[in-house]
Design a protein around this ligand. Sequence first.
Ligand SMILES: [Zn+2]
Length: 418
Amino acid sequence: MKRLVLAVILLASCGKTTPPPEESPLVALAAKATALQPELVAIRRDIHRHPELSGAESRTAGVVAERLRALGLEVRPGVGGHGVVAILRGGRPGPVVAYRADMDAVRGDEPPGREYGSTVPGVQHVCGHDVHTAIGIGVAGVLASVRERMPGTAVFLFQPAEENIQGAEAMIRDGAISDPRPDVIYALHSFPFPVGTVAQGAVFAGLDQFTLELTGEHSTQEVGQRVLTSLSRLGTVAPLKSAEQVAPHLADLQRPDSAYATAVYMNVKLGAAGNGNVLVRGSVKAGADAMYPRLRQAVKELVERELGATGYQLSFRDSVFPSMASDPRVTAEAAPALVEAIGEENVLSIHRTHIYSGEDFALFLQRVPGTMFLLGVANLERGILGAPHFPDFDVDEESILVGTKAMSAVVWQRLSQG
Ligand SMILES: [Zn+2]
């Protein structure tokens, strides 16, 4: 208060009027995001009504390309399949900042009765990629509105085939991050945190997979079931199946001392090979990548103990798919923009591996420093749990505005830092 009085006296003595306080550029970005919100909701609903499986995202990619061309971006379609790369060049020099959104849907039928429900039998957006795509278009729209004063270059990567973890690799092979080469990359994923919040510093588990084909007299359902039961015991955590299980999981992810760093998630299923032999298929997810060699060894030893040396063929995927670990430095550098955009009370921090999902954004992070944010999409009062891959998955669409504001701010701040 004293300083303020002094300032007033000084200004009065100089005979000058008080200059207006300089407005943060993020205020204008937020206003633009708000103006775009109805259109972004419409885009999300349109994509939601027309979901496309991994590798088949032609319509979605067409919608994206058309919108981005209308915004004046340089658009390159067909990158790594149906991927779209769009470049927004600012009016001033600066760094190259990439933003990635995924576009594909998954198999399944959503609950009937939604006004924007899927029109494609057996295909649905239950991972929020329709929301991610709408937000990606939103961020492009916000930044395009200030392109003359924008430093640097924003590169938007709309990725196909995330669910089968093939799209990122295909886009990278096709030059998506070669020209221009990003200095940093961001992405976001829907998550069952409350709408209004964004969590920073996401870590998603890697993936190992094995196939055990039982041959000869071992090839029976009984033996398969017995081995499946034993292999399942290598897991230390059970899948999340209900709202009651989601809440403690969210709390654990934010606790540095929770046990997820050493957790193992085993998903083992019985099937049949083309020749009729019984197949045991497993996927293994670990709290840390360093655990996979030991887990492979444990699977081999267990199978040998159960079945002996012959009467089966056990094979693993060529190499373990890496975990997606946000870069702590990039995460910390983005925090001020995130706080300014959505309020400190709405910024959460992830400290442990989310073990139930992988993310092929991992492959971008192997090449470019970056971080993934988790967008709160839940609204329990409205019955929206917001847990991806739950059959009744839906989002509070207010999250589209929150995500667009937050990501526009993060990208703008990084572009402004040179
Ligand atoms: Zn997803």
